[in-house]
Design a protein around this ligand. Structure first.
Ligand code: GDP
Ligand code: ZN
Length: 334
């Protein structure tokens, strides 16, 4: 059901008064400018040049996929007050979702951190949490668990699950968007220069946390984006500045995206425990399902690999195999 979830797409017009400086029109023809995409709404976007100017831009040509966070090369469009994005510079990282045609497409680029949010209510679906953690590891992003609504109390069974994540090497920060407790610790979990996004099930408080984390001058922009989200049909994404050169990319399309299964690291599927155990498996191509001499299964039997995490791994492995089986005949038909 989760995989089949249809993600709502919304359009936000840029009303942040991004000034279109006239400098680009004065640039000699052929001169290009490097900039960062700081907001997208449909095919339109705002880019920020190295000198801080915010300029309107549009991809040049249909084939160019440009997402928030991208570093791009632009050329002035002499006929309009905007820039043409002519090149997307190589991405250090990207988050992919599966679109409605079953293909994976980038959502945001150049993130360094995923903040995976859960809460006592709604009841956490830890398979969803594991899927985000797997997507983060597969995209080489650091991941931190954020337990929001902490003031409601964390029961023993959730506390035990959190302890298992901590043993696996993850950090879990407990906080409350409502009371503000723990939000400083959450910011502190992001090193200087980090670029993060909040993801997680609907209702866990991601929007509320974004509003809490944004410095005062950015809050109004965040509220405007959310008000506009409801009115339009294409996903808006925006990069907000946090103190110490950190950034937060927020977008309805990112907040509860379904990570693309075919982008998961093929061997470990992004499970950090499997990653470190697999070297000791008898077969180098061990899938850690029923193979003899499997170090992952041995750790499970010895009680050092959490059974519920292994169950998540197995579900994702099966989903992935079903997906490639379903794709096989289609690919042959083409
Ligand atoms: P999102 O769907 O993850 O973006 O969640 P929202 O930010 O829209 O929040 C969902 C609901 O949880 C709203 O009714 C919020 O007021 C509530 N909420 C958010 N953060 C907290 C919190 O720290 N404590 C409590 N008790 N409720 C919260
Ligand atoms: Zn194995």
């Amino acid at each position: 059901m989760w995989a089949a979830k249809v993600l709502a797409c919304r359009l936000v017009r840029d009303q942040s008064k991004a000034s279109v400086a006239d400098a680009p029109r004065r640039s000699p023809a052929g001169e290009t400018l490097e900039a960062r995409v700081v907001a997208t709404y449909g095919r339109h976007m705002t880019v920020r040049a190295a000198d801080g100017r915010r300029l309107r831009a549009r991809p040049f040509g249909r084939s160019l996929t440009v997402v928030c966070g991208d570093q791009v090369r632009c050329r002035p469009d002499p006929r309009h007050d905007e820039l043409h994005v002519v090149e997307v510079l190589p991405r250090r990282s990207a988050l992919y979702r599966t679109n409605l045609r079953g293909r994976s497409e980038p959502l945001v680029a150049n993130l360094s951190h995923l903040l995976v949010v859960l809460a006592p209510v709604p009841a956490p679906d830890l398979f969803v949490v594991d899927r985000y953690l797997a997507a983060a590891a597969s995209a080489h992003l650091a991941a931190t668990l954020v337990v929001n609504k902490d003031e409601l109390g964390v029961d023993d069974s959730l506390a035990a699950e959190l302890a298992a994540y901590t043993r696996a090497g993850y950090t879990a920060v407990r906080c409350s968007a409502r009371t503000g407790s723990g939000t400083a610790a959450l910011l502190a979990a992001l090193p200087a220069g980090a670029m993060a996004a909040l993801v997680g099930q609907s209702g866990v408080g991601k929007s509320s946390l974004v509003a809490r984390l944004l410095p005062e001058e950015q809050v109004a922009v965040g509220e405007l984006v959310r008000a506009e989200e409801g009115r339009h049909t294409t996903t808006a994404a925006r990069l907000f500045d946090l103190p110490e050169g950190r950034g937060l990319i927020d977008s309805p399309g990112v907040r509860d995206f379904a990570p693309a299964i075919d982008r998961l690291e093929p061997r470990s599927l992004g499970f950090v425990e499997v990653e470190s155990l697999a070297a000791a498996c008898r077969f180098p191509d061990c899938r850690h399902m029923r193979e003899p001499g499997c170090a992952v299964r041995a750790a499970l039997d010895a009680g050092t690999f959490h059974p519920r995490r292994y169950e998540s791994y197995r579900r994702l492995r099966r989903l992935r195999e079903e997906l490639s089986a379903a794709r096989g005949p289609q690919q042959r038909r083409r």
